[in-house]
Write a protein of this length. Sequence first.
Lengths: 332, 543
Amino acid sequence: MRLKLIPDSTKFDFFKLQTLSFGISTLAVIASIVLFAMVGLNYGIDFRGGSVIMTETPGPVATQDYRDLLGELEVGDATVSQISDPAAELTGAAQNSALIRIEQQDGEAAIQNETVQMVVNALQERFEGLTILSTESVGAKVSGELVQAGILAVGLAVAAVLFYIWLRFEWQFALGAVAALVHDVILTIGVFSLVGLEFNLAIIAAILTIVGYSLNDTVVVFDRVRENLRRYKQMTLRDLLNLSLNETLSRTVMTSVTTLIALIALYVLGGETIRGFTFAMIWGVVVGTYSSVFVASPILLRLDVKRDWSKDGEGPTKGPRKGGTKFAHIDA
Amino acid sequence: MLGYPLWKKICVVLVCLAALIFSAPNLFYAQVEESNDAVAAGQQGDWPSYLPSDLINLGLDLRGGAHLLVEVQVADVYQDRMDSVWPEALRVLREQRDVVGTVRQLDTDQGELLMRIGEPAGLDTAIAAIRELAQPITTLTGIGSTDIEVSAEGTDLIRVRLSEAEKSATDDRTVAQSVEIVRRRIDESGTREPTIQRQGSDRILIQVPGVGSSQEVLDLIGTTAKLGFHHVINQTTDENARAGAGNLLLPDVSQPGVYYIVERRAIVSGDQLVDAQATFDQNNNPSVSFRFNAQGARIFGDHTAENIGNPFAIVLDNEVISAPRIQSYIPGGSGIITGQFTTQETTNLSILLRAGALPAELVVLEQRTIGPELGADSIEAGRIATAVAFVAVLVFMALSYGLFGLFANVALILNVAMIFAILSILGATLTLPGIAGIVLTVGMAVDANVLIFERIREELKAAKGPARAIQLGYDKAFTAIIDANITTFIAAIILFAIGSGPVRGFAVTLGVGIITSVFAALLITRLLIVTWFAMRRPKEIEV
């Protein structure tokens, strides 16, 4: 007896509610942009400069006690947040720990090392048994560069992928895939604006992974579309896309589920340091799966595609062909 | 029908065996690391020498340590260079005294030399004479240019500065020298396996595992430790006193409010030192003893002989540590620096003096220190999360695809072994995001198998025989697998190229994971399925 998440043959009409899903996606994208513009991202020190001190104490310490100390030291803008790790008992992570964040003086290229040392010394004096788990400081010069590098990385990734898909498929596919991709990236930025999770270098890495994953999903569907375009020359594009989506649905769901299983384990057990990172990935897998079905394919339907793939060869997998399927046949 | 040539089988089996053998040391991490240390120290390690002993490096976020990105203030050096031009310029202008008149140096902090001549009419002659001093530059980019640029200012001023080509050549030397000095200082302090790398045109990345506070590293690299013995012109309590051209007004480090006017040019400087040791003076106060090289000893000896009764200042990083009066001729070139030091300070100072002065100041742009406790917590959390993710995926695959799922699971286990083996051989650094990359790979690696299995199911439904269905399943899933993985791989490459530190670690594991998972799905599971099929010859299969 097999565990089957998706029945053997499905015949969903993915375009029946097209207007609705398209509307939802458009709304979500607009909402994300508005959120980003109005609320903005909670940039970490990687992008804004400043210092973060992570502490651990044997017993609980009230946030206010930390704040009082920082007030006495007159370090300027500083925030304190307690870390509660639900899986701490299981993984042996620090139980009573807090993050103290000190803002960087405007435009200061060097880090505020004296301030951090002063706070560290004062903390250890005031709270008995306090351990400094980590300190991080980033000066304005580096943070400015990291912002640039981050934007450049995401931009380059999108461009490179657009190019690759255009090379392997047709331009309509590339546009569909990139639309899905941009949709995922914008929604991720939107959700980070909404929940106020810290946005740092690791999140950029997560976004790039989402870019990769979202494409992975889209490409698998497109690959099937390409194959079916050759096989069913008379079928309407809408039926053909539906057929392709249904044929790949089981795989789409299976892969998303295995990836999500792994990511959720990491989210729950992986510790505080990478929680934001795994959250972004989980979100990315969910929206990436959604977008390859409900964004990429409808766009392909609207743009219409070249139907005449047959010139390169007959039938789906007989012999090596020129064009689209350079890797199609291997002698394995 | 299900072709799988023997040579390919042998290759795949060999690769899998190699993966298992080369990933094995990581299972005994502490033991192997200890043994490697012992071997490095020339002793017998307890890890068998016939087994591979390469380990994955743990990143600073996992083992704890300090990460510092510093910028070398390359412009600091320009002024020194200009100061050394001054005596030369003075010499050539004196030869032309009839035409140019008297020459005076004006005070400037701009990394340039500014001179006023007595006879404005001789300006052109003076400039021509100084231009004679310029040396041609032999670097690739600076062909045809000289090291200094001389220009007229007003009617009687001459400005000399370094040319752009010379500046960039100087910058390059300054940074290379700084890297060397930082390395010597950190090595002298006895820290284990530091990484000191030049980054970009004027930056140095310093990573020191195992230190609990970046302050320990900053104490070593935060001071330039420029030592000089200077002729004292005057002592004053006026902090705004005019030092005059070619002189410096410096504070006394132990007596607030006391200042010395000293000559900018040192009699002898720290680069002439051959040794420095922390010690105690006759009153048992911590102090630092030093010894000059032959040349330094001679210069210092000559100076003391000529200046008996005059004070000289021992200057460290623009502060006067002490200004003793010369009692007698000091031959031999050794001495002792006393001041108000603690023993920790004298130990550090002697390290700094032995390693040499930094040519320019270092400014810290970025600092990250992870305590060993947090690193250990992260490793533990990563280990548990990976194990749980791994088991969950294995169970899910077995439930979904039965026997074929088990085949995929064997491939998945070998896949992870391959990732660890490759990372160990490459000597790659595993960071916490890197662990996340491995976990993600575990989730995504099955994707290729899922694609193949789903395809086989479809082909079976189309009433193909089992062997044909397997063959077609593999063939038809191939393009999707390759296209899908190449796109993710592109993202990994971009991450690697642009990212830094932990993010790079993530990119490496992601990239390696993509390659191994494609290998595992296309070759390992296929080998298992083909072998099973050849042995059993089932009439029908269920996937």
